[in-house]
Design a protein around this ligand. Sequence first.
Ligand SMILES: Nc1ncnc2c1ncn2[C@@H]1O[C@H](COP(=O)(O)OP(=O)(O)OP(=O)(O)O)[C@@H](O)[C@H]1O
Ligand SMILES: [Mg+2]
Length: 250
Amino acid sequence: MLSFNNVSFTYPGDIGPIMENLSFSVAQGDFISIIGASGCGKSTIFRLINGLEKPEKGSITIDDTPIEKLHNYSSFMPQKDLLFPWHSVRKNVCLPMELARIPKSERKSRCLDVLKNAGLTDYADKMPHELSGGMRQRVSFARTLLAGADMLLLDEPFSALDYLTKINMQEWLLQQWEHYNKSILFITHDVEEAIFLSKTIFVIRSVPFRSMDEISVPLPYPRRREDLATQPIIELREKLFESLRKERVK
Ligand SMILES: Nc1ncnc2c1ncn2[C@@H]1O[C@H](COP(=O)(O)OP(=O)(O)OP(=O)(O)O)[C@@H](O)[C@H]1O
Ligand SMILES: [Mg+2]
């Protein structure tokens, strides 16, 4: 579905590139996590996918069509929820559909469906400040989902949550992914989170990078948290920690 074809990118004013000749692809329905040291270029990959930055060389395509020719192929959810504080939960969730001029009756039914799945039916008329951090992230995810794109770009969406809320949100996210059949690219600093969620983990090992290691997680879905304590997964976790630590001390 999504392909980076020999993409190079340098921020204006920087002496060197962040990525050079980078190629990778993501299939429809994949759950991919991207991990790597702070500042290595993870969010830059998202900025290139959603067109905020343009490759200096190479191309980014979806089903062989360059993204410049496409609309609404990805929706982005940042680390901070960015809900409009003056709008209710319902209005926040519906905004992308209003912008896309989706008819009112359809907006209403899609909104109700997504809020129900997010366990937020009773909170539709509350304001964001009346919700907990985990609830706000669920609203933010619901809004990202209702923007209608097949590919969701989630940039460290759970990093500000406490541990228990975070693991509940991970389980919830997997249910949503299975239910809505979207492709998810998920940036995280948390190795365990990447393992629990993803089919494949992309690891950025250096800057500039020319490739990412692609590690398949040897666990079936639905995932169970106790699987994280099995020997192959513990070894995988240690290996990933080690590669991130090496990168950090360079
Ligand atoms: N708009 C920008 N203009 C110039 N340089 C930028 C810009 N955004 C990011 N950078 C630089 O590009 C590099 C990669 O940034 P990026 O945000 O992609 O890193 P990251 O891997 O997402 O880091 P973190 O894990 O801390 O979020 C950093 O050195 C950063 O300072
Ligand atoms: Mg980032």
